[in-house]
Design a binder for this molecule. Structure first.
Ligand code: NAD
Ligand code: LMR
Length: 326
């Protein structure tokens, strides 16, 4: 057994966290030899809910759960954090785009960044989930100058998983047989789920999925899936979001499977001609706790147009929050 690590989860009284915390405590995220101390942050008004969640975590008697602490103060919640899962933020309602949350949520991520800067472990790894996730990640990094770019990510794994599921359904194949799918860009309606390099078993996905299906059905289904869940459920996704957080962190920390990559939003270093200084979803491979953007993929004209459109949206979002960045 390893020594316990500290996992800070913000928005811990909310609905994504309610699916997430039990999964972390059971070892799904960091492995079944890794004890965890959960440091839970929410606002003071939700403290009774947080206490109830903590009671349930205790009642589940997880062998890997080495402690739970409850906080309404960010500097205490992030103290010594090895992993920080930034979920706490307002969700969108019907008819909204995620970027409509920027004004309401930006201040939360300024405060998160400042607290990480002040008290987190020197090699803390951060995933931003609260929307709009990519630009909030930029705000976090901008307010935590001690952190390196490779320590901060935003989550597009839910979009990646949604794309896997849509392709699996269309081809009648198991999800586990699909590899090398990429979601490029923003966690928004402009994201580009790209099958150009994907394999279904040994076959190229583009042999099994016509261009018409890809543009008329697959792309809009993945781009609009969050809105479709909100319409159906009256609330945004929670269980699938929690699973995506677990998948994102597990692959980052424990490594991606051989010959596979996953989609992660990371600070652009100019790869594929994407502007530097925005969090953009790229195909990434992970090993030894580090991610690397997969290089050298061919990009056709259709892909380039879509990649540029989602890049432009991120540049526009960045200009809205420029006053919060260094
Ligand atoms: P929710 O309203 O159920 O929970 C949010 C929680 O955050 C609440 O308990 C709230 O009190 C708390 N909170 C508010 N301000 C806070 C602060 N300053 N510090 C700590 N906690 C704070 O919402 P949810 O459904 O759990 O969604 C949370 C966020 O995650 C939303 O922004 C949602 O849009 C986003 N989300 C993103 C993805 C993704 O794929 N990136 C997926 C699902 C949800
Ligand atoms: C999702 O993709 O389900 C989340 O980002 C929630 C939302 O607002 O769509």
């Amino acid at each position: 057994m390893n020594d316990p690590v500290r996992v800070t989860v913000t928005g811990a009284a909310g609905q994504v966290a309610y699916s997430l915390l039990f999964s972390i405590a059971s070892g799904d995220m960091l492995g079944d030899d890794q004890p965890v101390i959960l440091q839970l942050l929410d606002i003071p008004e939700t403290f009774s809910v947080l206490e109830g969640v903590s009671m349930e975590l205790e009642d589940a008697a997880y062998p890997l759960l080495a402690g739970v602490t409850l906080h309404d103060d960010a500097e205490r919640a992030f103290a010594g954090a090895d992993y920080a899962l930034l979920v706490g933020a307002k969700p969108r309602g019907p008819g909204m785009e995620r970027k409509d949350l920027l004004e309401d949520n930006a201040a939360i991520f300024v405060a998160n960044g400042q607290a990480l800067e002040a008290v987190a472990s020197h090699d803390v790894r951060v995933v931003v989930v609260g929307n709009p996730a990519n630009t909030n990640a930029l705000i976090v990094l901008g307010n935590a100058p001690r952190l390196a770019a490779h320590q901060v990510t935003a989550m597009t794994r839910l979009d990646h998983n949604r794309a896997l599921a849509q392709l699996a359904r269309h081809t009648g194949e198991a999800v586990a047989r699909i590899r090398r799918l990429t979601v490029w860009g923003n966690h928004s309606a402009t994201l580009y789920p790209d099958l150009s390099h994907a394999l279904v078993g040994d076959r190229a996905a583009v042999e099994l999925a016509s261009p018409e299906w890809r543009t008329a059905q697959f792309e809009p289904a993945v781009q609009q899936r969050g809105a479709a869940v909100i319409k159906a459920r009256g609330k945004s996704s929670a269980g699938s979001a929690a699973q995506a957080i677990v998948d994102h962190m597990r692959d980052w920390v424990l490594g991606t499977p051989p010959d596979e990559w996953v989609s992660m939003s990371v600070l652009s270093d100019g790869s594929y001609g994407i502007a530097e200084g925005i969090f953009y979803s790229f195909p990434c491979r992970c090993a030894n706790g580090r991610f690397e953007i997969v290089q050298g993929l061919s990009i056709d004209e259709m892909s380039r147009q879509r990649m540029t459109a989602t890049e432009q949206e991120l540049l526009d979002e960045r200009s809205v929050v420029a006053h919060l960045l260094p």
